[in-house]
Design a protein around this ligand. Structure first.
Ligand SMILES: [Zn+2]
Length: 402
């Protein structure tokens, strides 16, 4: 084992070059106006072919006729009955306001232990660390215990419809397989995510009647009623859904009033229509549907009370998910973190929404783990070279475990 770990340590220059080459090819998700994953996938497909026993490519076609590539590289194990999957995503969010970057987002800059660029961490680090774990095993003349599957998916940042969800019916992932998703973590690598809150986004539209601001009796102020409704829901849910679950930080469900759409252009008009949104993150102790039904019933009450019509629409909904604490992949990762890194792991849950949920739904235990500073989606996003190396060591260790 030590030979493999030492070999990863010696790959530093190669790891940096791979990361820089990959990040120089933008892969912004087309949902945010980007060019998509194709160019970056071409680079990665070539790299996988240099390494893997088998490389498959699954192209989804999106609603704009754009190819959305998904890459699957397999290295056969000594025991081919199961596969350890390490799943990372190729797409990124846009660079955002370029003036906030001190380094060019796609001209990745190496500065000490850091490589700056959009997607270096999210999720370039997952791709690079899993790739070099596999490479070190093979260059040491060894084979992983189970098959080792490197999966690089599209479309994670915009809901995974053309990514992991597209792959789910290709008969790749089987009961008894193990899944690690290196797409979120904390800065010392101690946090192992095994559960996610459910989440739902609601769009609330209040229909009143527009009038001049000096003549309120002629109209029905949708903005006022919308605000009252928002606060009513806020109070009600916090009072009635207050359970705590200490896997999570924060330990309770969260109910937030978030986006507000523009209403009238001028100050002296009473808005006839009002639109705002809720973002709820709900503990596995509750059903997301029940919460939505409560909001609908409160909307009905408020409509009757005020004469305004309040509509409740679901923008997005995900049920909570959890991997059992005593499952094999959790134990393997805990052992690896202790042995390779001297870390005392903390098992917990997050406010949700990773691709691990899709595996948990199929009863395939999945953990989300990486070593990452909190810079995803931010200007001057970076990954640490030491984390690329140390995460690769953990993946290599797990891949060799029986
Ligand atoms: Zn990500």
């Amino acid at each position: 084992m030590n030979e493999i770990l030492d070999r990863i340590e010696g790959m530093r220059d190669e790891i940096v070059k791979f990361t820089v080459d990959m990040i120089s090819i933008p892969a912004v998700n087309p949902a945010f106006g980007g060019q998509g994953e194709e160019a970056r996938a071409a680079f990665l497909e070539k790299k996988l072919k240099e390494l893997c026993d088998e490389v498959k490519r699954y192209d989804a076609m999106d609603e704009n006729g754009l190819k959305r590539p998904n890459l699957v590289g397999i290295i056969f194990g000594e025991d081919r009955s199961h596969t350890l999957w390490i799943l990372s995503h190729m797409d990124t969010v846009p660079e955002g306001d370029i003036s906030l970057w001190t380094h060019h987002p796609y001209g990745p800059v190496v500065d000490g232990d850091k490589i700056y660029g959009r997607g270096t961490l999210d999720d370039g680090q997952g791709i690079v660390s899993s790739y070099f774990a596999a490479k070190a095993i093979l260059e040491s003349g060894k084979r992983p215990h189970y098959n080792l599957g490197l999966v690089f998916v599209a479309d994670e940042e915009a809901g995974s419809r053309y990514g992991v969800h597209f792959l789910m019916d290709k008969n790749l992932f089987m009961p008894g397989d193990l899944v690690v998703v290196p797409d979120s973590g904390n800065s010392d690598g101690s946090f192992v995510e095994i559960a996610e809150k459910g989440s739902v986004w609601l769009k609330i539209t209040t229909h009143g009647k527009q009038s001049h601001a000096s003549m309120p009796h002629m109209g029905l102020n949708a903005h006022r009623i919308g605000m009252k409704f928002a606060l009513k829901v806020d109070d009600y849910l916090h009072e009635n859904y207050g359970k705590k679950n200490h896997l999570f930080e924060p330990p309770e469900s969260t109910f937030e009033i978030t986006k507000k759409e523009k209403n009238v252009d001028n100050v002296n008009t009473i808005p006839g229509t009002d639109v705002f949104y809720f973002d709820f993150r709900i503990l596995p102790d509750y059903r997301v549907d029940d919460v939505v039904n409560e909001v609908r019933s409160l909307a009905k009450d408020m409509s009757e009370e005020t004469g305004a019509k309040i509509e409740v629409e679901i923008v997005q909904l995900a049920e909570p998910s959890a991997t059992p604490e005593d499952s094999k992949i959790v134990n393997m990762l805990i052992t690896a973190l202790k042995e390779v890194r001297g870390i005392e792991p903390v098992i917990g849950g997050i406010g949700g929404g990773t691709v691990a949920a899709a595996f948990r739904k199929l009863d395939i235990p999945a953990v989300v783990w990486m070593t990452a500073d909190d810079v995803e989606h931010q200007p001057d996003e970076y990954c640490r070279i030491s984390n690329l190396i140390n995460d690769a060591k953990v993946f290599a260790y797990i891949a060799m475990m029986h």
